[in-house]
Design a protein around this ligand. Structure first.
Ligand code: GDP
Length: 416
């Protein structure tokens, strides 16, 4: 195929290449894409099939742009002491004693409300809103005061006793046509107390069910049908209902926001790691598709220094997204009392760009592409440089995501 490609006249090449790339259209799907996403894919596919590349390119670019620029504003509200800042820190993957822990948020001058940027994604902001009963905020005008239209959704945080104010707020958020999720924090404390006071009859599921029913009853009493309640512990996000909460939130978001939402999640379960991976795969595929529809493509397997620098940048970016970059590894090494070298020896991605004496870096990279392709399938057109680069990216992403899973299980081992 490489031969037939190189023998094509230059003006025929993009069409040939793009029609090859179409076959991958269905590949990087995380499922549940919204109708806009699907409609765009249909447009791209028909444009490519009919050789109208000039129509496909702006749609692809727009999709990439939407993904990269999506803003996500999450509002956290609840009485003081309910656990908002602890939840915010946990969600951002920031330790309570870290420099950028939730005591160092930015105060918005117009509303006097504090927001916290995600450490990796400045487009994602978590807003710490005061409880509805706070002195300066009147229940009737609370939502206007906090600028409610800015938020993609509200998370109402409550702990211990159910408060009437929380229910009122839930009702008002509904009235404004916004979504809210009711989060009951500190369930670890409830469980410990119950375990201690009723050691013989204690059953975790029963205690959780009791707390859940109590919240549901209160919400239903004020006329909220089908309320959503999630029980969590901010010190153990991977347990209880946090994974379910994260699924619910993702389901409600439009595709481009879902991408940034997945990226923002802490790497605390295999499921989150897989969703994050699938979302980044989609982004890589769109980029490759865009490159594929451009005319001036190198089509031989020569990898230049520039390309290697680019790949390295992407690799570091993936590592940061999955918490296996050097800074995160250092934290893991300190927390687990294991030397850095030992932590690094558990995983593969730090060694991806290390070459041995009898192999050049470009040979190594091409091998990665072939390995990825042979394991995962796909339509490889031999000799097409951009395809090789595409598969190399996917291989890097896969390696990093696997590393995150390895560390997750090893960390878990050490904490039991
Ligand atoms: P805020 O005023 O709503 O921001 O509340 P904080 O986040 O400061 O939390 C108040 C207290 O509750 C702190 O001592 C936290 O450590 C503790 N806390 C918050 N969430 C949890 C949780 O899920 N489990 C436990 N055990 N303690 C929590």
């Amino acid at each position: 195929m490489g031969h037939s490609f190189s023998s094509l006249p230059a003006e025929e090449r993009p069409r040939f290449l793009a029609s090859n790339m179409i076959h991958e259209c269905n590949n990087p799907s995380t499922g549940g894409e919204d109708s806009l996403f699907q409609a765009r894919i249909i447009l791209i596919r028909s444009a490519l099939q009919e050789g109208r590349l000039e129509e496909a390119v702006p749609i692809i670019s727009k999709m990439i742009e939407d993904m990269d620029n999506a803003l996500l504003n999450i509002a956290l509200t609840g009485e003081s002491g309910a656990g908002k800042s602890t939840f915010i820190n946990a969600f951002r993957g920031v330790g309570h004693e870290d420099e950028d822990a939730a005591s160092t948020g930015v105060v918005e001058t117009t509303t006097n409300i504090t927001f916290y940027e995600h450490p990796e994604l400045p487009n994602v902001k978590l807003w710490d809103l005061p409880g509805i009963g706070t002195l300066h905020f009147k229940p009737e005008s609370y939502l206007e005061q906090v600028n409610f239209s800015r938020y993609d959704f509200f998370v109402i945080i409550s702990s211990s006793r159910f408060r009437v104010n929380d229910a009122k707020l839930a009702q008002k958020i509904r009235e404004m046509g916004k979504k809210f999720y009711f989060v009951r924090t500190k369930v670890d404390i409830d469980l410990n107390n119950e375990r201690r006071s009723k050691p013989r009859t204690f059953k975790e599921e029963n205690v959780l069910q009791m707390i859940r029913n109590n919240c549901l009853q209160h919400l239903q009493k004020i006329g909220i049908e089908d309320p959503k309640v999630f029980l969590i512990s901010s010190f153990e996000l991977e347990s209880y209902d946090f994974p379910k909460l994260q699924d619910e939130l993702a389901k409600e978001l439009p595709e481009h926001k879902r991408h940034v939402f997945f990226l923002s999640l802490p790497n605390i379960t295999e499921d989150i790691i897989d969703q994050k991976k699938a979302s980044i795969q989609k982004r890589i595929w769109l980029e490759a598709l865009k490159t594929g529809t451009k005319a001036s493509l190198p089509f031989v397997g020569i990898i230049k220094d520039d390309d290697i620098a680019q790949l390295k940048k992407h690799l570091i970016n993936y590592q940061r997204k999955f918490g296996v970059d050097d800074a995160s590894l250092l934290k893991i090494s300190q927390a687990s009392n294991k030397p850095m070298e030992e932590v690094k020896a558990l995983i593969k991605s730090p060694h991806l760009l290390t070459v041995t004496r009898d192999e050049s870096i470009s040979e190594r990279l091409l091998k990665y592409a072939e390995v990825y392709f042979s394991v995962n399938g796909g339509l490889v057109a031999s000799g097409f440089y951009f395809r090789k680069s595409y598969y190399t990216h996917l291989h890097f992403l896969e390696t990093v995501a696997n590393d995150a899973k390895i560390l997750l299980s090893k960390l878990w081992e050490t904490s039991v």
